[in-house]
Design a protein around this ligand. Structure first.
Ligand SMILES: [Zn+2]
Ligand SMILES: [Zn+2]
Length: 267
């Protein structure tokens, strides 16, 4: 079977995605996907990161909108209810309460900020520090996120490379240690194909880079392939070639989610 799921889609509520929600689903139907889901950026308290997410008051409406689409497309394609949750140190009680309020099918956990004030981006533009200064704190937060059990899927694993600062040999151990921690926690990692459309990257590649996906496979980490679409035409981006790559590298199954339970389908 080809890749059948795409779980990482945004909506205009986050203020940096476009298109009616139906257009994402219609695009997925056209591509032959069977199970898809929205996972928009979650609200945070006190206006943290407010420019790239819905407000707390909008969360009910988001959930209801996705559930309505699920009902509308039943029998054609399964539309799942997801959320991309920012992992911010110290906000665990807030996030736990937020997750408990709705019937999520899955939660993608991402680190977009390196500090509790959500000011320092995980992929700062014009970054002038060293690779350890960027990847050290970032990977530490990813390990905390995995250990927290708050999420089902780790989002865009090596996204700091988007800053132009690539991990060096010095980061290799830290990255391996982090993948081991994720394997230990039993969390799924997404192969996020949005990297293929990010011009900041030196050559087209997903998050994580394919050599890191090989490490994840060797560690037995469950994988999913997601487009991180912020526009309908980005749905399923490069899935055909990622599918071929996964088969060549011995991947035989991908994770799927419902009601925060993980299952697998054969590739
Ligand atoms: Zn986004
Ligand atoms: Zn993200």
């Amino acid at each position: 079977m080809p890749i059948l799921c795409d779980y990482h889609w945004h909506t205009p509520l986050c203020q940096h995605a476009t298109g009616p929600l139906e257009a994402y689903v219609e695009r997925a139907l056209g591509l032959g996907l069977r199970e898809v889901g929205f996972s928009d950026h979650n609200p945070l308290p006190r206006g943290l990161g407010a420019n790239v997410r819905m407000t707390e008051a909008e969360l009910d409406g988001y959930v209801n909108r996705v559930l309505a689409l699920q009902a509308r497309y039943r029998g054609q394609i399964d539309v799942r209810l997801g959320l991309e949750m920012d992992y911010v140190e110290g906000l665990e009680p807030y996030l736990t309460a937020q997750l408990a309020r709705y019937p999520w099918d899955y939660v993608i956990g991402s680190v977009h900020y390196l500090d509790a004030g959500c000011v320092q981006s995980a992929w700062p533009k014009k970054y002038i520090g060293t690779a350890p200064e960027l990847y050290g704190p970032y990977l530490g937060l990813i390990r905390q996120l995995a250990a927290s059990g708050l999420c089902d899927i780790i989002g865009h694993f090596d996204v700091p490379k988007r800053s132009g600062c690539r991990p060096t040999a010095a980061e290799a151990d830290d990255i391996t240690r982090t993948l081991q921690a994720i394997a230990q926690a039993g969390t799924c990692v997404e192969i996020n194909t949005s990297g293929y459309r990010h011009p900041e990257l030196p050559h087209p590649q997903p998050y994580p880079a394919l050599p890191l996906v090989e490490q994840a496979l060797a560690l037995g980490i469950p994988l999913a392939v997601n487009s991180d679409a912020h526009a309908p035409e980005q749905v399923g981006l490069r899935f055909t070639e990622v599918d071929a790559w996964l088969r060549r590298h011995g991947c035989r199954q991908l994770a799927r989610f419902a009601h925060r339970q993980r299952d697998y389908y054969a590739l």
